[in-house]
Design a protein around this ligand. Structure first.
Ligand code: UGA
Length: 447
């Protein structure tokens, strides 16, 4: 099938490259000529594991990039809209989605044959059937359902694992206005076999995406609330409490062999310093705002956000237990991005934690295996020294604050013993065995 993908950000480029790898003829479209040039030269403008290799493989064969949206639409039967939806802190801005729909509509005006337009960007329920469909009809002078189809196909890609998640999906959600739209989408996803497909309408597809991310964020805030209570009551450890919860066979089913299955969501049921990233905070807040518009209060999700906003304080309180004044205290911060294996600093819990510590006069050394350049853009160089390796970061530290679960940090107990035996470790991710470090503080343990 010939597919045009409008927008070459993380969703658009990964989708385009993966669909091209599976044999479709894909044209990636972007207004940004620099990005198009990079892609045309085989360089992905974003980093995702495995993306460069697939791009190089498909380029010139089943993949090309252009700034010319009109020709890309004319040369395809299916267009995917994968443009950004900037967030103002409360609502998403669907301006780029509407603009892309209008431009595709203008191209459809003089295109013969049936064409399907599908939204891949994460948009609140109703956007595809209302805003996108209307913009397409207005710009094309044609009728949705008769002259062209309109669909919604959310993505479920984790940053850092996006290529793998696209190639081996856990589900494919295909929203569509009508049978014909569904048919086109089914053909596009035909190369992905053995996976559950949800064939539904556009609003349901939009809602599945928001419900999925909101649930995962809720699991995290729930675990954090329980963790904070464990720490307030004392005499227990949230890690042990949650392990006991995980052992419910409805969460971790027992196979006939006696072995347990540990589903991926179990890792979202652990106390820590809070969630971040470009998806959870934004999606949950956007759904809350959308709920209010529809006279539906979203009390649980409001609390999910509130708990998450407070979680960095759990780390700071533990530092201040040992150093009520952190002025001139040497603090090593390990992990800066919102999770390991990415340099994405968006909404990272490290931001409020580092800012608060240095406002109070701490001397900070920071280390992240990949996020330092991004972190430097946010923090600058004031009272923060960026280190190139773990041992250097913790040398002379009085407090070590661990904020992301990089595998490399597993070796911390040995390094501490050699390099900073009297340092206090504040484990924001409960990654290190509390008995392996002389002075340990963790979320979910009494202060
Ligand atoms: C998330 C979802 O997991 C994807 O399914 C979804 O497609 C994506 O958002 C999106 O909407 O685009 P991502 O933001 O890359 O993906 O991040 P996750 O790996 O889910 O991590 C989100 C937060 O959860 C992080 O702050 C992380 O620390 C926390 N987390 C992650 C856990 O607490 N436990 C984990 O096992 C993984």
């Amino acid at each position: 099938m010939r597919i045009s993908v409008v927008g070459t950000g993380y969703v658009g480029l990964v989708s385009g490259v993966c669909l091209a790898d599976r044999g479709h003829q894909v044209t990636c479209v972007d207004k940004d000529a620099d990005k198009v040039e990079k892609i045309s030269n085989g360089v992905a403008p974003i980093y995702e594991k495995g993306l460069d290799d697939l791009l190089a493989k498909a380029l010139g064969k089943t993949l090309r990039a252009t700034t010319d949206l009109r020709s890309a639409v004319h040369d395809s039967e299916l267009s995917l809209i994968a443009v950004g939806t900037p967030f103002d802190g409360t609502e998403i801005d669907t301006g780029y989605v509407e603009q892309a729909a209008t431009e595709i509509g203008q191209a459809l005006k003089d295109k013969d044959g049936y064409h399907v337009v599908v939204v891949k960007s994460t948009v609140v329920p109703g956007t595809t059937d209302e805003l996108v469909l209307t913009a397409l009809e207005k710009a094309s002078g044609k009728k949705a359902g008769a002259d062209f189809g309109v669909g919604m196909n959310p993505e479920f890609l984790r940053e850092g694992e996006a290529v793998g998640d696209f190639m081996n999906p856990d589900r494919i959600v295909l929203g569509g206005l009508d049978e014909r739209t569904h048919q086109t989408l089914k053909e596009a996803y035909e190369p992905f076999t053995g996976v559950d497909v949800v064939l539904t309408n556009n609003k349901t597809a939009e809602m599945i995406k928001y419900a999925s991310n909101s649930l995962l964020a809720t699991l995290i805030s729930f675990s954090n609330e329980i963790g904070n209570l464990c720490s307030s009551i004392g005499g227990m450890d949230a890690l042990e409490v949650m392990r006991g919860v995980h052992l419910d066979k409805r969460f971790t089913p027992i196979l006939p062999s006696g072995e347990r299955i540990t589903p991926g969501f179990i890792s979202y049921l652990e106390a820590g310093c809070g969630f971040g990233g470009s998806c959870f905070p934004k999606d949950v807040k956007a759904l809350i705002a959308h709920g209010h518009k529809h006279a539906s209060s979203m009390r649980i999700l409001e609390s999910v956000i509130e708990t998450n906003l407070n979680q960095p304080k759990e780390v700071l309180t533990r530092v201040e237990k040992h150093f009520p004044s952190v002025e001139n205290v040497d603090i090593a911060v390990l992990g800066l991005a919102f999770k390991p294996e990415t340099d994405d600093m968006r909404e990272s819990p490290a931001i409020p934690i580092v800012n608060s510590l240095r406002e109070k006069g701490a001397r900070i050394k920071a280390y992240d295996p990949v996020a330092t350049p991004e972190a430097r853009k946010i923090f600058g160089d004031d009272r923060i020294e960026y280190c190139d390796d773990l041992a250097e970061t913790i040398a002379d530290a009085q407090v070590i604050v661990l904020l992301t679960r990089w595998d490399e940090f597993k070796g911390l107990p040995e390094l501490l013993e050699q390099g900073a035996p009297s340092a206090v470790l504040v484990d924001g991710r409960r990654m290190i065995n509390k008995d392996s470090v002389a002075r340990y503080e963790g979320i979910g343990i009494q202060l």
